[in-house]
Design a protein around this ligand. Structure first.
Ligand code: SAM
Length: 276
């Protein structure tokens, strides 16, 4: 008997993958958590029925949420990742030679545990890395009393529902600006231009209200809704399109590269129109 896992990405469209094995399921304090082996994408982490990350395509998202900001900031020593319990963003952050400290603030400790156990390729840096500090906490509460301490903050959250809803609010972007140093940079994953145009427009407007430089860029992620994903950057001083690419360090990456650093900001017309 064939088993298939389907994520309904909107009420009328979804992704369906043939499953070879279900490894783990649990109801945590915050969400329904599952780890499954799929034939096409390998091992997959699913939260509340939504694909979070897969062995086959996780490198795209984790490289693109991290390296564009880390190679825009001239000295990204102190980095915060909010969400990101699978560890992929932290793994990419600690690859950068200038990072001295990487803090993860994930609200659900069970996501960290399951990722370490079933997705060690992604969660590797969460355990044995002296630069990494892992906190189980609400990212909103964590940044509330921080002033001027982070160089880069990455918001690697789930969709804007439940505990992640507040991670897409104007007040939250204001608190990120306060928690950042005077030349800090934030990046948030901001969903799909095909399915979430209204959210992208509102978030871009809010980030542009808080930060002098606001930019959106895209990446192709086959297991995310529509396969085209967006990231929105707010920067207090450094313009990602003013970077000298020759100074970007050689990194062990499979999607991000120095020559694509500025190219990602050349947007399709329908996406550019959202940002007007
Ligand atoms: N890459 C995935 C995506 O784009 O959908 C998200 C990766 S990660 C699994 C998302 C994490 O955000 C989840 O583990 C979830 O528990 C966490 N999260 C949601 N709301 C949060 C909050 N307020 N503070 C900290 N972590 C939160």
């Amino acid at each position: 008997m064939e088993l298939w896992y389907t994520e309904k990405q909107t009420p009328t469209v979804g992704i369906t993958c043939k499953i070879s094995r279900t490894l783990h399921t649990e109801q945590t304090e915050y969400q329904d958590l599952a780890v499954i082996d799929t034939e096409q994408f390998g091992r997959m982490l699913v939260l509340d029925g939504m694909v979070m990350t897969t062995i086959k395509d996780e490198f795209v998202y984790h490289e693109m949420i991290s390296h564009v900001a880390l190679n825009t900031h001239p000295n990204p020593e102190n980095v915060l990742v909010i969400g990101g319990g699978d560890g992929g963003a932290i793994r990419e952050v600690v690859k950068h030679p200038k990072v001295k400290k990487a803090t993860l603030v994930e609200i659900d400790g069970k996501v960290i545990e399951a990722s370490k156990k079933f997705l060690p390729e992604i969660a590797a840096a969460l355990d044995n890395n002296a630069k990494v500090k892992v906190l189980v906490d609400d990212g909103i509460a964590h940044v509330r009393d921080k002033v001027g301490i982070y160089d880069v903050i990455l918001v690697d959250s789930t969709e804007p529902i439940g505990p992640a809803e507040g991670l897409f609010a104007l007040d939250f972007y204001r608190s990120l600006s306060r928690a950042l140093k005077e030349d800090g940079i934030m990046v948030a994953q901001t969903e799909s231009p095909f399915f979430n145009a209204n959210l992208i427009q509102r978030v871009y407007r809010d980030i542009a209200e808080v930060f002098p430089i606001a930019k959106l860029y895209l990446a192709a992620i086959p297991t995310y809704p529509s396969g085209l994903w967006s990231f929105t950057m707010g920067s207090k001083r450094w313009d990602p399109e003013a970077v000298d690419e020759t100074k970007i360090p050689e990194l062990d990456t499979k999607y991000y590269s120095a020559e694509m650093h500025k190219a990602v900001f050349r947007l399709p017309r329908f996406v550019r129109a959202l940002l007007k």
